[in-house]
Design a protein around this ligand. Structure first.
Ligand code: ZN
Length: 126
């Protein structure tokens, strides 16, 4: 598997030299390909989350959020300083109850505080 082609490449995952049939091959084999893909996806997701977080938390006045009873998804993210992806995941796991008004999703600020106040670690959180 490692000496099949004429293009000398370095595997993007394990850093081993291998010979690929195509110049564009980045991985020495399907195993590294899969792992590399997963790793890249994870990094992309993290990067996205960070950007999103940065963007969201800049938009809100924290003093104002502290006075509100209900928070929108965006406000809840800024309030908890978490990304939207994380908030949705927490909601799905049942940590954060949401209030739906028609198509609008709101979070009660107290609920968010309760959910996070008694929480030190969240298990099985990926
Ligand atoms: Zn490899």
């Amino acid at each position: 598997m490692k000496n099949e082609g004429k293009f000398k490449r370095i595997c993007a995952y394990c850093n081993e030299v291998f010979f690929a049939k195509q110049r564009t091959t980045n991985y020495c084999g399907p195993v590294c390909g899969k792992r590399g893909y997963k790793k890249r996806k994870k990094e992309e997701l993290l990067e996205e989350n960070l950007q999103e977080l940065h963007r969201d938390s800049q938009e809100f006045d924290m003093d104002l959020l502290n006075k509100k009873t209900y928070l929108t998804v965006k406000e809840a993210c800024a309030y908890l300083e978490i990304s939207r992806t994380t908030l949705y995941r927490l909601r799905k796991m049942g940590y954060v109850p949401q209030i739906g008004i028609g198509a609008k999703v709101l979070f009660k600020r107290e609920d968010l505080e309760d959910a996070f106040g008694g929480l030190t670690t969240i298990e099985n959180f990926e």
